[in-house]
Design a protein around this ligand. Structure first.
Ligand code: GLA
Length: 389
């Protein structure tokens, strides 16, 4: 489904909505999955990151009801739930949790008890690390806001989506995924500063290379993973630094010198070391992309992976092996584990003319050791949230 355009996705699901609910008045919003070029685990540490939307989308079609019933149909799972407004909590299936969660959080934010007919569907692969859940939240919240005739305020959508993650899913996640899904602009990765929630667009001059996502197939569930533990470790490291010098620094104000104050605690030292060095790599990446220095881009990706694996301890042996196999293949510039980590996928930058051979060789090398097949996706940059009539 990778080659389908955003417009085709919107018409496909609008038609499905008409057929399913026999309704002809609705609002439609489409938003993309994302890759993160650089800046991993920096979002909840008020640092820098550089994600961008990709050409895989989730579409939500919504109509308002006159009663307080909430019907949600997922085209991907071909399943439907019919809920009362008081039953939007504690669901088992992720797609229900996320969709019902969006309705609950939005209704609460405007003190309303509206019911809706909802259809969701798309082509963001689930469990690949492309943030299908953020794309679902952003498109559904966007469509709900529009159907209610409220002003579309991107900042407000961002905080509503984050509230769904925190209050409904219990993940202490940052704003990276939702930010990318809302604000992306085609061809220009976004450099986000999470301390001020501001961004600028980077004009990449990298040509004749492809962004390749390789899925290790190692299950990566943020709720059960050590993601929240990493969030807490960074907070503890900050507290330790502040206590030792009776200060009240924010995490984005920590310097290399401050870091030395906790060097006796290797785990906390390593966690913050990753954050400080990753923020520097985001700035270096901006220069490398703007000057079209593809080898520098590759080097920064590799360095980021090393730091994520050794200092932040969020990689796994399968992804480390994919990358060490890749490093020996012609046409590979660099790569790293992407997203929350503990499995999932890695992002590689590969010469366009060599990408097919590259994938075959990685798959072969990996299969020889692990005896199962990897999955691959070639992705292109796309713009963020859009609405369709
Ligand atoms: C997940 C979270 C993001 C971010 C990344 C790591 O994707 O949802 O908020 O923290 O991990 O960079």
């Amino acid at each position: 489904m990778g080659g389908i355009s955003k417009d085709t996705i919107a018409s496909k699901y609008q038609l499905a909505f008409k057929n399913h609910y026999d309704l002809h008045s609705f609002c439609t919003a489409v938003s993309p999955g994302r890759i993160n070029i650089i800046g991993e685990h920096t979002d909840y540490n008020l640092g820098l990151a550089m994600p961008i939307g990709i050409n895989r989308w989730v579409c939500s079609v919504v109509s308002i009801r006159s009663d307080s019933k909430v019907n949600i149909y997922s085209c991907n799972f071909d399943k439907k739930v019919s809920l009362n407004i008081s039953e939007l909590d504690n669901h088992k299936d992720s797609w229900v949790k996320y969709s019902a969660g969006c309705v609950k959080i939005l209704n609460e934010s405007i003190n309303a008890s509206n019911g809706y007919d909802i259809l969701v569907g798309g082509n963001v692969p689930i469990g690949f690390g492309m943030s299908s859940s953020a794309a679902l939240e952003v498109s559904l919240l966007g469509a709900l806001v529009q159907v209610l005739g409220l002003k579309i305020d991107k900042r407000n959508l961002l905080s509503l989506a984050n509230k769904v993650e925190k209050d409904i899913l219990g993940i202490k996640s940052g704003l990276l995924d939702q930010y990318a899904s809302i604000y992306s602009k085609k061809d220009s990765p976004i450099l986000i500063d999470f301390s001020s929630l501001t961004h600028l667009y980077v004009k990449s001059q990298i040509k004749e290379a492809s962004w390749v996502l390789i899925n290790s197939m190692v299950d990566r569930n943020l709720v059960d993973s050590k993601y929240n533990q990493r969030v807490e470790e960074c907070q503890n490291a900050l507290e330790k630094i502040n206590t030792s010098q009776k200060n009240n620094l924010k995490i984005n104000e920590i310097s290399d010198f401050d870091l030395t104050l906790i060097k006796d605690n290797k785990v906390l030292y390593d966690r913050l070391h990753h954050i400080l060095s990753e923020n520097k790599r985001v700035k270096l990446m901006k220069n490398a992309l703007e000057s079209g220095n593809i080898h520098a881009v590759g080097k920064i990706l590799n360095e980021s992976h090393l730091s994520l694996a050794k200092k932040y301890d969020v990689s796994c042996k399968e992804i480390n092996d994919i990358l060490s196999i890749s490093n020996k293949i012609e046409g590979f510039y660099g790569g790293r584990i992407m997203g929350g980590g503990f499995g999932g996928c890695c992002l590689c930058l590969v010469d366009d003319s060599k990408k097919d051979k590259f994938v075959t060789k990685v798959f072969e090398g990996f299969y020889n050791k692990y005896k199962y097949d990897l999955k691959v996706e070639f992705v292109k940059f796309s713009e963020g949230l859009s609405f369709f009539d």
